[in-house]
Structures are given as structure tokens and as C-alpha cells.
Write a protein that binds this ligand. Structure first.
Ligand code: AHM
Ligand code: MG
Length: 336
């Protein structure tokens, strides 16, 4: 078997694959930013692995033995990511699902981070995988000033880097800087993320669809038609497709990326604009999807082309293998 010393680690990989034309300073800053993400991910991972002990050690809202308040894990994750990034002075501002407003950090940094520190957190109590999703943008206002809301409201097409961490049976970090998608797996004994899935691409065939079919009655006609098409066992296609839905975007997306499939979160009765957030859920997943040879749309147009108008806006999301997303778009167009 290969010695770990022969497999590139995340930081080494980034240095070796810096896009042509980017300066050493840019590469260094991005690398330090990702180092902050890696560190926070490891701390969150450690805490998550103890989550089943919460009742013994003190549940959220209850004081632990030291008299400290136990935090909910999503708040814990939010704090760890903010600390790791703010202390490194590598971002000028942070936007998070856990915060109403963005927080300005360091006027002298070029980058902004937008994140969902712990997505799918309703799954923690039942010991199902959760994730962290992040997006990195370059600011538009000049370095030396505090960032403004307009810096955050850029279409996903302008993302410099996007990624997610999956806290699963192993902990993986999947990232793109616009030059393909790479997957790294944490070696817990060394605390190092090694390149385990170079050049991730959706396979050419797809056999899975993932959505909360409980919302069926409220789905748009095109979505219902598409799901019926998935059920159909017509010859020639690998149908009926399998329904696999964890209810944790990162896990559902990751499985579909490896096995070929589509993730759907259409508008529902409760969430007329869809449930997922454009800036820190849909956009980063969309960049990864496109970089891995897949697609991500709101039903009609690429997610990455949407001009955001507010920090926490929601969007319907359909993402995964091209064959399936293409089929869905065709049906949405015909039936709207
Ligand atoms: P959250 O950010 O509040 O955790 O919600 C996002 C999550 C996604 O991870 C998941 O795909 C979706 O919500 C599941 O929603 P539902 O339970 O409505 O199917
Ligand atoms: Mg979320």
C-alpha cells in the first residue's frame, strides 16, 4: 500500500496546482483560508463524534459540569469556523446561515466567505451524516475598507472556490478552485486531509433521484412529470431510478456525484421559493456540480447565473448528472 508521504495533502495539492497567472500572494492567502477551514472542520468533526453522548454530558441549553452552557452543534460549528477564519485575518467578511447580518472582519483581506457551518443539523440526533458548505468570493470594494453587502451579492459564477465537508463514516473535504473537483479524506490518526478522490466527475450513467416526495402535492407540474419519468421502467434507460434521500444536502449530493444521480428541492407549499439558500448552499454546490461535469439549475436557468438580491434568499435547486437535469429542464419548460 502507498505510504501517506506519497499522497498529496490538501495544502500541497493547492500549491502544486495554482492556476497560471495567479500571484504567489493570492495562492498563499487562499491556502491560509483553506487551512482555517480544515482546522475548524477537524474541531467540528471531533465534537460531532461525541454527539451521542450529549445526554450524558449535558444537552443543549443545559449547563455542563464546568458550569458552561452546552451549545447546540450548529452554533458550535458556526463559532469554530468564524474563529478559525477571523483569527487568520484571511477574510474581510463572513456570511453564515447562522447569522442575520454578515460580519466584517479584516479590511486588508481580499476574500469573503459564505457558509452553512452545519447543514442538515436536524440529522445529528439520529446519527446521520451532516456537512459544512462554503463559498469564497473576491471582494469588489477596495482592499483597506470594510466590505459591503454588495460584495456578498455576486452571482455564483464569480466564486473563486467552493467546497463542502462531509462528516460521514469518514470525513471528506471536496473542493474546487475552478479547475476540476478534488476530494480529500481525513486521516484521523494524523489529522491530515489526503487527496483520495482526484478529478471527481459524475459518471456517464445515472441511477438515483433524491427528493422529499412527501411534498409531492405542492410540486410544480414539470417536477411531477419528471418524477413519474424516473418511476417509468421503459427499456433502454436504467429505470426505474432508485430513490435515495437522506435529507442532508451534502450527503445526498456526494452520493449522487459518486454514483450518478439528481438532487431535487423544488418549491413546496411551505417554501414557495424552495428551501435552500442561494449564496451558501445552492451556489457552492452548483460550482462543484458544473466543475464535475454536471449541472445545477433552478428549474429553468443555471443557479450560477442568478443575481442575488439578499443574503439569505432561497432558490429551488435541481443538481446532478447532466442526463437527468437536462430531462428535468425539458419537462419544466414543456409544462410551465
Ligand atoms: P438546514 O440548512 O436547516 O439544515 O436545511 C437544509 C437541509 C438540507 O441539508 C436537506 O437537503 C434539506 O434541508 C432537507 O429538507 P426536508 O427535510 O424538507 O426534506
Ligand atoms: Mg443549511
Amino acid at each position: 500500500s502507498k505510504s501517506p508521504s506519497l499522497i498529496p495533502e490538501l495544502g500541497e495539492f493547492l500549491i502544486a496546482n495554482t492556476p497560471h497567472g495567479s500571484s504567489v500572494a493570492t495562492c498563499d492567502e487562499l491556502n491560509r483560508l483553506l487551512t482555517g477551514i480544515k482546522l475548524a472542520a477537524k474541531v467540528v468533526n471531533r465534537e460531532l463524534s461525541k454527539a451521542g453522548l450529549a445526554d450524558i454530558l449535558g444537552a443543549a441549553g443545559i449547563e455542563n459540569v464546568q458550569g458552561e452552557q452546552q451549545q447546540k452543534l450548529d452554533v458550535f460549528a458556526n463559532d469554530k469556523f468564524i474563529q478559525a477564519l477571523a483569527n487568520r485575518e484571511v477574510v474581510c467578511g463572513i456570511c453564515s446561515e447562522e447569522l442575520d447580518e454578515f460580519i466584517p472582519v479584516n479590511p486588508n483581506s481580499k476574500y469573503l466567505i459564505l457558509m452553512d457551518p452545519l447543514d442538515g443539523s436536524s440529522n445529528i440526533d439520529v446519527n446521520v451524516s451532516v456537512g459544512t458548505i462554503f463559498s469564497i468570493l473576491r471582494r469588489k470594494t477596495p482592499v483597506g475598507t470594510m466590505p459591503e453587502i454588495s460584495d456578498f451579492l455576486q452571482p455564483g459564477r464569480s466564486q473563486l472556490c467552493a467546497g463542502y465537508v462531509l462528516y460521514g463514516s469518514s470525513t471528506q473535504l471536496v473542493v474546487t478552485t475552478g479547475n476540476g473537483v478534488q476530494g480529500f479524506t481525513l486521516d484521523p490518526s494524523l489529522g491530515t486531509f489526503y487527496l483520495s478522490h482526484p478529478e471527481l466527475k459524475f459518471p456517464s450513467s445515472a441511477s438515483v433521484y433524491s427528493c422529499n416526495e412527501g411534498n409531492w402535492l405542492a410540486f410544480p407540474k414539470g417536477v411531477k412529470e419528471f418524477i413519474d419519468w424516473c418511476h417509468d421502467d421503459e427499456k433502454g434507460m436504467r429505470r426505474p431510478l432508485s430513490l435515495r434521500y437522506i435529507g442532508s444536502l451534502v450527503s445526498d449530493f456526494h452520493r449522487n456525484l459518486l454514483q450518478g444521480g439528481i438532487y431535487l428541492y423544488p418549491p413546496t407549499k411551505k417554501d414557495r421559493r424552495g428551501k435552500l439558500r442561494l449564496l451558501y448552499e445552492a451556489n457552492p454546490m452548483a460550482m462543484i456540480a458544473e466543475q464535475a461535469g454536471g449541472m445545477a439549475v433552478d428549474g429553468f436557468n443555471p443557479i450560477l447565473d442568478i443575481q442575488p438580491s439578499s443574503l439569505h434568499e432561497r432558490v429551488p435547486l435541481f443538481t446532478g448528472s447532466k442526463v437527468l437535469v437536462g430531462q428535468l429542464m425539458k419537462m419544466m419548460k414543456e409544462l410551465s
